[in-house]
Design a protein around this ligand. Structure first.
Ligand code: MRU
Length: 317
């Protein structure tokens, strides 16, 4: 498993990012010396995944302010880099009060600790012999260390409850086939990459016991935005009576956003879909709260009605 500082770190005069576009084939660092360079790295997905984007932005802001850049300009360019993951704005708001290297590194450390806590809560939801299906990458690469949904898979495996993972390849940028498969291989968890469109027939064949994903923004009523394709999985899981678990830190819960309709959905360059023909490329979709079995944060397991559960102390598994 990659150390947090190997994924994203703040050095004296730079933010250093492991280029996730080139994984797993090559481990190459991208060195950013200004807020604008960090913002470009976020937009172009050198670093991606809601918590990791937040951490990189916090590092970029502190670096910029410490090296004399205008704080408002630095905040603006970072905040505009990607619209859906609320962790970006959350992390910037966190370091505004104390724009120091220590505070930004502490924010990173705390996100990783939140991952460990929520993964332990989520693992308790797994029955022995579970065959889980996951979508996109919600591992250490996406959270700056350990992982959320992938962290839950690791914790469940350590507790002898996880037998196998189906890994959606996750078109168009293949975060599942490239990053999740690599992370599971690194920790020795049995898995198989599947076409996103194969999930339905595997569910129908009774080969999937639960679906577990991360999240980019959880609205106050529990509606949850995550990688495009998550909503399809939620509908399929509901039809087949399979539980859907969303594992995400409280930094991804956005009580200021009332419901899914209010979540900004990023539309990325159509050429990521087709370099030749006209295309549409929404990067995220919204799963309505009623299709979610439980949302697991570091505080515990939140079950329906999520609109209450997200603002009250969480229950156990
Ligand atoms: O476009 P990406 O790769 O940033 O999308 C990432 C996801 O949708 C993840 O599932 C989400 O950010 C959770 S990461 C813990």
């Amino acid at each position: 498993m990659l150390e947090p500082e190997r994924i994203v770190r703040l050095e004296h005069d730079a933010v250093v990012l492991l280029d996730q576009r080139r994984l797993p084939g090559e481990e190459v660092d991208v060195v950013c010396s200004t807020a604008a360079e960090v913002a470009v790295a976020i937009k172009e997905m050198v670093v991606r995944g809601a918590p990791a984007i937040g951490i990189a932005a916090a590092y970029g802001y502190v670096l910029a302010v410490t090296h004399g850049e205008d704080p408002q300009t630095a905040d603006d360019v970072l905040r505009r880099s990607r619209p859906t993951a609320v962790n970006l704005a959350w992390a910037l708001d966190q370091v505004h009060a104390e724009p120091t290297y220590e505070a930004a590194r502490q924010l990173h450390h705390d996100e990783v600790e939140r991952c460990r806590a929520m993964s332990a809560h989520a693992a308790a939801l797994f029955e022995t012999g579970t065959r889980a299906l996951t979508h996109c990458n919600a591992g250490g690469l996406a959270t700056g260390g350990y992982g959320s949904a992938v962290g839950a898979l690791i914790a469940a495996r350590e507790r002898g409850r996880l037998d196998h993972v189906w890994v959606d390849e996750t078109r168009p940028l293949l975060q599942g086939a490239r990053l999740t498969a690599w992370e599971l291989e690194t920790v020795g968890i049995p898995h198989a990459v599947i076409a996103d469109s194969a999930a339905a027939s595997l569910m129908a064949a009774g080969e999937v016991d639960c679906v577990v994903t991360g999240a980019d923004r959880i609205a106050a009523n529990g509606d949850t935005a995550n990688k495009i394709g998550t909503y399809s999985l939620a509908v399929l899981a509901h039809f087949h009576g399979i539980p859907l678990y969303i594992v995400a830190p409280s930094s991804t819960v956005d009580l200021a956003t009332p419901d899914g309709a209010a979540i900004p959905i990023e539309e990325r360059d159509p050429s990521e879909i087709s370099a030749r023909f006209p295309a549409r490329n929404p990067a995220f979709d919204v799963t309505p709260a009623e299709l979610i079995t439980a949302i697991v944060t570091e505080a515990g397991v939140h079950r329906a009605p999520l609109s209450d559960a997200l603002t009250q102390p969480a229950g156990a598994a």
